[in-house]
Design a protein around this ligand. Structure first.
Ligand SMILES: C[S@@+](CC[C@H](N)C(=O)[O-])C[C@H]1O[C@@H](n2cnc3c(N)ncnc32)[C@H](O)[C@@H]1O
Length: 227
């Protein structure tokens, strides 16, 4: 068995470089009283990369994030949006102190023109987004909000993901618990287990798990028109 902690440390060292604005962001957020529960740079880099590979390799025209916190992952996603015309990211955050901090951080990183923070809980805002943009309107989705709601997020967003678009979720292997803990030991663990099984068995998606940090699920909506 590999030593998981030192393997993760290796990943952070070799794949965790980040721009100065991002390096300072979470330490500043924690000093301002926000919780230290953002993704790290190794996950952030993957988010940029995945987002930039959607929309025929041009980068997402429209992306959605559930759970903004301080804007750290939003900035990584924004770096993978379509360049011209610029793609847009909407990120949902119901906690006012988090949204206030995130808006400043996003502006500081030069992304204010591309990233909009909407101050609403995901399950309230998703139906509004569907009315506003319609089905098959999202190239890239990143889910990082309430763990017990992940399956509802997937069901609500499933028709909104474009063919060939990506649905990505964090914490699919752990978040203060591990997926290998006993069933019934934690409500979030059980909810994520049900979510993982539902997405991975959905015929309309091709799904993989990236066991980076606390685990990412990466699901691509099938595109029958692909040669
Ligand atoms: C794990 S943090 C997000 C971290 C962020 N994605 C990052 O890596 O930089 C989860 C965030 O979801 C927010 N949140 C809580 N309930 C929510 C809901 N119902 N809808 C959307 N976001 C929610 C929390 O306030 C918190 O800021």
């Amino acid at each position: 068995m590999p030593d998981w902690d030192s393997t993760q440390e290796y990943v952070r060292t070799v794949f965790g470089a980040q721009e100065r604005a991002l390096e300072d962001l979470m330490p500043r957020a924690v000093r301002a009283g926000l919780p230290a529960i953002a993704v790290d740079a190794s996950v952030g880099r993957l988010l940029t990369l995945l987002c930039s590979m959607t929309n025929g390799g041009r980068g997402a025209e429209r992306a959605l994030e559930l759970g903004t916190l301080a804007g750290y992952s939003a900035i990584w996603i924004a770096r993978g949006l379509q360049k011209s015309p610029p793609g847009r990211l909407i990120t949902l955050e119901p906690e006012p102190a988090h949204a206030d901090f995130a808006e400043r951080a996003i502006a500081g990183a030069g992304c204010a023109d591309r990233v909009q923070v909407r101050r609403a809980p995901a399950l309230e805002e998703i139906p509004r987004l569907r009315r506003e943009f319609g089905d098959e309107s999202l190239d890239f989705v990143f889910v990082d909000a309430v763990k017990t709601e992940y399956l509802e997020y997937f069901r609500a967003l499933r028709p909104m993901v474009r063919r060939g678009g990506l649905f990505v979720a964090d914490n699919v292997l752990g978040a203060g618990w591990w997926i290998t803990d006993a069933s019934g030991s934690d409500g979030s663990r059980d909810a994520i287990d049900a979510f993982n099984r539902a997405v991975s068995s959905d015929d309309d998606f091709e799904t993989a798990c990236v066991p980076l940090r606390e685990g990412l699920l990466v699901a691509r909506r099938r595109d029958d028109t692909r040669a």
